[in-house]
Design a protein around this ligand. Sequence first.
Ligand code: AMP
Ligand code: ZN
Length: 468
Amino acid sequence: MSEPLRFLNTLSRRTEPFEPIEPGHVRLYTCGPTVYDFAHIGNLRTFLFEDVLRRTLAASGHRVTQVMNLTDIDDKTIRGAAAEGISLRAYTDRYIEAFFADLDTLRVERAEHYPRATEFIPQMVELVERLSARGHTYVQDGSTYFRISTFPAYGRLSGIDPDQVRPGARVDSDEYEKEDVRDFVLWKAAKPGEPAWDSALGPGRPGWHLECSAMAMTLLGESLDIHTGGVDNIFPHHENEIAQSEAATGKPFVRTWLHAEHLIVEGQKMAKSLGNFFTLRDLLERGHDPVAIRYLLVSVPYRQKLNFTFDGLHAAAAGIERIGNTLRRLAYTPAATADGALAAADVDVAIAEFDAALADDLNTARSLGAVHSLLTRINQALDGAGIDAAARARVDAAFARVAAVLDIVPVRAGRSAEDEAIDALVAERTAARKGKDFARSDAIRAELAARGIILDDTPHGTVWHRKS
Ligand code: AMP
Ligand code: ZN
């Protein structure tokens, strides 16, 4: 990818050219799941945005070191484990395993590090000690709080006005609203029935915000290139991460902040109470194809809300079907011997448009537009004079790029077992026709038609595609 990357930075509110601090190497921190339940498709939308980001950075020649934390201790995980009467570890292990299974189903590339918060407690304690040494904390009833009036830049990311804060007002919960801006807890005093660690701060456990600052700086250094999350993370989570990290180090914590907008369902916020709450499992049980789910969730640029509908999911399935049908048709058609009807240079224009769209703050909708225009041109060429070997090689390069970044090409490597079974039936039909066994050949055609497979008898033999 030759196009320079540009991102809309939440912190500066501007679209800026992207350059990592260390040339060629991107340090990326992506807030991970709170492992208290199965991820819903809204969470997965954010993780897919981060997957496309990581793959785009790699395609443009960067080495990427990505960290995604697993929040295995916070108010929600503790409540869930207590409700079932099992250990926090047993409870969170179940959802961590489910989370990785979901990532694999959706073809999400693995990050380099998945730290569990409970494995970084000493680093969290040390960060609080650094903050205390610099006068940013106070202790009340055994808990340590960050005094936000000691950090003048507080509010820069989210745009809140720190002057609204009543001095001394504090908050202990991990999540709270903008209207509620207060000193926040770094280390919570041990409570009966809650897991606790003995530490120089007294027995207790970390607050959620502290976890991400400590893991990010331990694994990636004190200044990172990119930090991401959903828009709900901007306040208070990311605002507090900046305060804790910069107050401790005196260095800028993150250069570029990227936030994905929310997924909504049929125009409404996704909520368990509305009955419109879906996990990946729910959609798979209803028979939906994971690649179609991936296609739908990446198809809307991350800065826009994504309205999840079943019509949209069917349209996504039709989109990948079209890619599969065209690539299959191409595979079955011999290269044109003379100049074909598709110029290699035109395919390169399509690749350049695909890259330019992604370089433009990950405009995935525009990049998919480039893919579909290319499919139209390929089909037109196959209807006409065909595609010569030079253009064919460029088409292969184009779809290798689409597979590397968006990964929505239905068959990844080789072909599926179902494709092989269809091939076998088509070959059997060809043999039957040769032997003038038309009853058998008609029966095979009918059987395939019932499965949505359409046969075309061409001068080069029989090719098949799925009915779209
Ligand atoms: P959580 O497991 O609640 O910590 O969330 C994991 C990630 O999903 C965070 O980056 C959230 O910002 C993001 N997220 C939560 N709800 C939604 C939603 N409806 N749409 C998109 N992303 C979301
Ligand atoms: Zn985080």
